[in-house]
Ligand binder design. Structure first.
Ligand code: ADP
Ligand code: MG
Length: 749
């Protein structure tokens, strides 16, 4: 593809990394604006690639069909047993698989292989090793053994382990995850074979986000099999949790990105006045996609297709400059790996098109934030989707049991669900009137709510009809009407054949939410299976009655979690409090739910995370929260002191000298503006002092207190400082204002 957008000379502005006023263009902002305008007004050529998708879909993936072609039949079969049915991996086949993967990868130009792992930072880590080994005669030999495939030992000791890896026991291993396909990552200088791996310590404890996903999937499968058995399905086909994450993101021109130290270093704007025109017209939502953005999307999708990532949907989102991309759902573990690759691909491709892809949950205050709705269900190859209600849900007892298990799980573990979406970034989004509140509740929709009400009242005999949608226009085809409406305000919504966890932040790994969902639902499925098994042990005919009592009991206990109304409303906050639901508004409030007694015993019972592993996670996330806020606070101080303050006093000086000069020649000058600027400069100085004080005076002694201090002292001081800066932006002369404005960043594309 050739495109004028991608010219490297245009992707960096002269004012890189927020350097202070550059010589030519005045402020960094001015240079950024002129670079962007130059780019946008110069002729563009975009050659859209017209190769059919089938020709490149999955070409960079070691797919089952590649395995089938390249592996001996017995090895292939054994591998499939592990991938599809969760059977133990046979170590004896590793050498054969390794050799086949290596040949395949080298044919595709790979010179290196990398064990890819997912540390607790939420990022993706990789260590590259060459296939080549020197030989004694001065030549080289390409080598890749089963051992090298199965196990790696990256040092990686700088990744957070929350105390699990003390220096004396610092070994960490990466272990091949055969259930997530190996793939080839293309770089301008060569290609690398990437092998998804788990990352564990010398003692076998999880140091990563993948290991618990795999453990939780195993736990869920074991429990789900018991329910299936009760309903007579005994084929044992692996019940996998499935996930389809919808990713929201912003795009801004890269010149603006470089001219905003806050965007560059914190991923979000720490200052910025509301633009006169924001998103109030909703004229961006689902609007025509701008040409450069569309070119970016096409290329990003092509890259994702090559990696076998089934992206399906793209559209503009609500905020100006905001977009969404969603894949077709996959098994949770693969979806989590693909989601990480998706974020990487979006970032890289945006760079190529002279833009920055912002994955932060709230890059712009006062403008909608970005989430990652994680659609979740469970299913098997023989039974299909177990949350599919079918045409007559009231008769679909198996569906109703699974659904009731989800309701119970969410009710019992609201705190945990809140904790796994807690982050410094997501705190700015949750409850900000465009995202679900911090209160966890479930939306069921009319049809399901009605059925569960009927069961509670003694038995369900009917399902509200779905009916036909009447539009009143003869030329439009009649549509079958969905039985339930949508509710965008609910953090956990039933959407027809799955649940959608909408509170997840756009920048987060989906692994934590998946581990939580898999495990809490495994626990509730266990509870249901135990009761139904006990009831039917002696009398199989007791099943229907037992299901009726089970579901009634669950509803009597857990119905406070069901809420179909407007989750954004003030009334819901009051109502939720009356119902006794948790409302953990900040990360500082939410994180400790990770180690509540019930959570610890549940995770250890199902072998998903030990108490030590949970505590290590808590410690890591607390540390990340504090570090994030600290970086932001220091950035805010440096921008305020070195960019805003100089601009403000320059303007103040200009006004003051005008005033003095006019006086000399006998004119009075209205000093209103000067007075306002002077007052704002004063409050800027005070604001800087208060924030400096909050940053340096941290007397907290426990990690909890450290988080509290960030939450209660540092963030409010930042906000106070921001208010002053944003007022200055509205009054200081435009030609000396140093930071690209919201208007510029959001609307110049
Ligand atoms: P909407 O924006 O209306 O919620 P989208 O089409 O953008 O819908 O996204 C729906 C998401 O739900 C997709 O990622 C899709 O793959 C996912 N999904 C559909 N069925 C399932 C399922 N059984 N399990 C998990 N995810 C699912
Ligand atoms: Mg959705």
């Amino acid at each position: 593809m050739s495109t004028a957008f991608a010219s490297p000379s245009e992707t960096t502005s002269s004012s890189a990394a927020g350097a202070s006023a550059s010589s030519a263009g005045g402020t960094p902002r001015r240079s950024a604006v002129s670079a962007v305008v130059n780019r946008l007004t110069s002729p563009k050529t975009i050659d859209f690639v017209d190769v059919p998708v089938q020709e490149y879909y999955s070409t960079n993936v070691f797919t089952k069909s590649v395995m089938k072609d390249r592996l001996p039949k017995s090895v292939y079969k054994s591998l499939l047993q592990t991938i599809d049915s969760g059977a133990k991996l046979d170590p004896a086949i590793a050498d054969i698989v390794a050799s086949a993967i290596k040949d395949w990868a080298m044919e595709k130009g790979a010179t290196h292989y990398a064990h890819v792992f997912y540390p607790l930072t939420g990022a993706t880590a990789e260590k590259h090793d060459s296939f080549l080994s020197p030989t004694s005669d001065g030549g080289t030999l390409s080598e890749f053994s089963g051992k090298q495939l199965c196990q790696g030992e990256p040092d990686g000791s700088s990744f957070p382990s929350g105390g699990i890896r003390v220096t004396s026991q610092a070994r960490g291993y990466t272990i091949w995850d055969v259930t997530s396909p190996a793939y080839i990552l293309e770089n301008p200088n060569g290609t690398t074979l990437c092998i998804p791996t788990a990352f564990v310590s010398w003692t076998g404890e999880a140091l990563d986000k993948k290991t618990p996903v795999l453990r939780s999937m195993q736990a869920l499968n074991q429990q789900a099999q018991r329910i299936l058995k009760i309903f007579g399905h005994t084929d044992g086909a692996f019940v996998a949790s499935t996930a389809g994450p919808e990713q929201e993101y912003f795009l801004v021109d890269r010149n603006f990105y470089y001219a905003r130290p806050d965007l560059l270093n914190a991923g979000r704007t720490l200052f910025g006045a509301k633009p006169p025109k924001g998103q109030q017209f909703d004229d961006h939502y689902f609007g025509a996609i701008p040409e450069r953005v569309l070119a970016f999307m096409c290329e990003a999708e092509r890259e994702l297709f090559k990696l076998g990532i089934p992206v399906k949907t793209r559209h503009n989102e609500v905020a100006p400059g905001q977009f969404e991309i969603a894949p077709v759902f996959e098994s949770a573990n693969v979806a989590a790996d693909h989601q990480q690759l998706m974020m990487l691909t979006l970032r890289r491709t945006a760079e190529k098109y002279g833009m920055a892809c912002l994955l932060h949950e709230k890059p712009f205050a006062g403008v909608n934030g970005s989430g990652k709705h994680v659609n979740w269900s469970l299913g098997s190859s023989s039974q299909g989707n177990m949350l599919d209600p079918g045409g007559t849900p009231h008769e679909n007892a198996q569906f109703l049991v699974f659904c009731a298990a989800v309701i119970r799980a969410v009710y019992k573990h609201q705190g945990l669900l809140r904790a796994v979406v807690a982050s410094a970034g997501n705190d700015h989004r949750l409850g900000a009137n465009e995202a679900p509140p911090a209160i966890i509740s479930i939306f069921l929709g009319d049809q399901l709510t009605d059925i569960f009400e009927q069961i509670r009242a003694g038995g369900a005999n009917s399902s509200l009809p779905s009916g036909t949608l009447e539009v009143g226009v003869d030329v439009l085809p009649p549509l079958p009407k969905d039985a339930g409406d949508r509710n965008r305000t609910s953090p956990f919504a039933f959407t027809g054949n799955r649940f959608e966890f909408r509170a997840v932040g756009s920048n987060q790994s989906i692994s934590g939410p998946l581990v939580a969902m898999n495990t809490i639902i495994a626990e509730s499925v266990d509870y249901c299976a135990t009761r139904l098994e006990a009831a039917t042990e002696k009398d199989p005919d007791a099943l229907n009655g037992a299901i009726q009592t089970l579901i009634s009991d669950i509803l009597s206990e857990c119905s406070p979690i069901i809420f179909n109304g407007d989750g954004y409303s003030e009334a819901w906050h009051k109502e939720a409090e009356k119902r006794g639901l948790l409302n953990l508004t900040t990360t500082a409030d939410a994180l400790s739910s990770l180690v509540g007694d019930d959570v610890v015993s549940m995770f250890s019972k199902y072998g998903v995370l030990s108490e030590r592993e949970l505590h290590s996670r808590l410690e890591t996330y607390q540390e990340q929260y504090c570090m994030t806020v600290d970086v932001e606070a220091n950035l805010a101080l440096s921008i305020a002191k070195t960019m805003i303050f100089p601009a403000a006093v320059r303007y103040q000086n200009e006004l003051a000298s005008t005033c003095a000069n006019l006086k000399l020649v006998g004119y009075e000058f209205d000093t209103d503006t000067l007075d306002s600027v002077t007052a704002l400069v004063k409050s800027l100085q005070e604001g800087i002092a208060v924030l400096e004080d909050a940053v340096t005076h941290d007397s907290a002694s426990t990690p909890e207190d450290e988080c509290r201090h960030r939450c209660d002292a540092v963030l409010p001081s930042m906000l106070k400082l921001r208010e002053t800066v944003d007022k200055l932006e509205e009054i200081v002369a435009d030609d000396i204002w140093p930071l690209p404005t919201y208007q510029e960043m959001l609307f110049i594309k």
